[in-house]
Design a protein around this ligand. Sequence first.
Ligand SMILES: C[S@@+](CC[C@H](N)C(=O)[O-])C[C@H]1O[C@@H](n2cnc3c(N)ncnc32)[C@H](O)[C@@H]1O
Length: 279
Amino acid sequence: MTETETKTNQALGYWDSKAQFFASGERRQKTRRMSDLYESGCWRYIEPLLPPMESGTILEAGCGTGRWVYRLAPMGYDLELMDFSGEMIRHAEAQVNQQGLGERVSAYHVLDICNMNTLGDNAFDLVLALGMPLSLCSDPGQAVSEMFRITKPGGHVVCDTNNRFRRALDLARKNDMTRFFDVLNNGKTVGESGLHQSCFSPEELDTLFREQGFKPCKTAAITPFFEHPPAKEQVELLDDDEMFSRIDKAFQNVAEEPWVLGLTSRLLMVAQKPETGKH
Ligand SMILES: C[S@@+](CC[C@H](N)C(=O)[O-])C[C@H]1O[C@@H](n2cnc3c(N)ncnc32)[C@H](O)[C@@H]1O
C-alpha cells in the first residue's frame, strides 16, 4: 500500500467512526450557534449562484451527513450528495428520508473527491465542497481538477479550506514547533484528529484553482477572528441574539478585506468554470 493509500484509509476510518456523532445532532449541540454563524457566512456566497430551480443540479461534496441539503431541498432544489465515507452517506440518506426530502435527492455517491469517476463531465451547475474536504483529501490539486471536470461550463464551485498562516500562528501560540514548521514550510499539518491536512494562503488557493482552469471569483474569510474549532467562550457568546447579529454583520462587513483574509482560520473560495473550458 502506498503512503497516500494508508493516509486515505486512516482518514476513512476516522470519518466512518464520526458519522453517528454527526447524525445524532450532538455535533450541532456542541457548536450551538457557531454553526449558524458559519452557515450565514457561507450562504451569502452560495445564494447568488443558485441555478434555476427547475433545471439546475447541485452537488454537495464531502457532505458528511448533509448540511446544505437541509436548506436547499426544502426550497425546491435538486441535489446529489457525495462523501468518501460510506457511513456518512448512509446516515445522510436516512436523515434526508426522515425529513421527507427524499424526492429532492436524486443520487448518493460514495466517492473520493480526488477521483469522482462515476460522475459525468459537465454535470453540475453548482458544486459545494464545504466543511473542508479540500484540506482533508490526499491531493487537493487532483480534487480541484475533478471539480473542474464535473462542473458545467459557466457553473460554480464554493469550497472552504484551512488558512496556512493562521494555522501557523495558532501552533506557534501553543509552542507546537514541529507542526508549526511543517505548516509554515510545506502547508501541511496533522490536526488534533490525527488527520493530515493541507493549508493554503489566499494566494495559494487562488493559484490552485487557476491552475486547473477555474476563474476565481471571490475569496472570503468565514468566521474570522474566532478559533477553529471554536472556543467554548466564543460559542457561548453567540447564544445572545443581539450579540450574534452584531458579530454576524461585523464579520460579513470585513470578509473580503485582504488583511482579514490573512488572519481567518477558514478561507472560502468561489470559482467559476469558464464557458469555454480552460482559459
Ligand atoms: C468536517 S466534515 C464536513 C461535513 C459537511 N460538509 C458539513 O459542512 O457539515 C468533512 C467531511 O469531508 C469528508 N471527506 C474527507 N476527505 C474526503 C475525501 N477525500 N473525499 C470525499 N469526502 C471527504 C468527510 O468524510 C467528512 O464527511
